[in-house]
Design a protein around this ligand. Structure first.
Ligand SMILES: [Zn+2]
Length: 140
């Protein structure tokens, strides 16, 4: 398993670098605390330029997360297929004051790739995970 590292985000975008890797639950502690688990999440991070000319990171994540159904407390598989374009913001004010639909992340010289992936995966999970019908999952 390749280790997700730390990137200098602006340099990564400017140089159009790429990184692929696989994350397991041991690198995703916030997911673990949310009572979620995963065997593997594959990610692909690419640096580039957004259509408006700003530097950005394009992140794809594929895999599956097992959440806990909040109704019957059985595992609930949630497929993960994320394709995000994250514009690099120079400061938090730029993020707070933006009133468009663009996703932004704070540019950092030491951006933790695993955390970035985890942030996006958490955003992709349902607020209250529930089976559509729990009855099939119950042991009678
Ligand atoms: Zn359920």
């Amino acid at each position: 398993m390749s280790q997700a590292g730390v990137i200098d985000s602006l340099h990564f975008a400017r140089a159009a670098l790429e990184q692929r890797g696989v994350l397991g639950l041991e690198q995703l502690q916030r997911l673990a605390k949310m009572q979620c688990s995963t065997e593997r999440l594959e990610y692909h991070l690419r640096g580039g330029r957004a259509s408006n000319g700003k530097r950005c990171l394009r992140l794809s994540v594929r895999g599956s997360v097992q959440a806990l159904c909040q109704r019957c407390l059985d595992p609930l598989p949630v497929p993960i297929a994320i394709d995000a374009e994250l514009q690099l913001a120079e400061n938090l004010r730029e993020i707070a004051e933006a009133d468009d639909e663009i996703d932004r992340v704070l540019a950092s010289r030491r951006m933790d790739v695993a955390q970035l992936v985890e942030d996006e995966v958490i955003l992709a999970l349902p607020m209250v995970p529930r089976h559509e019908g729990c009855v099939h999952h119950r042991v009678t």
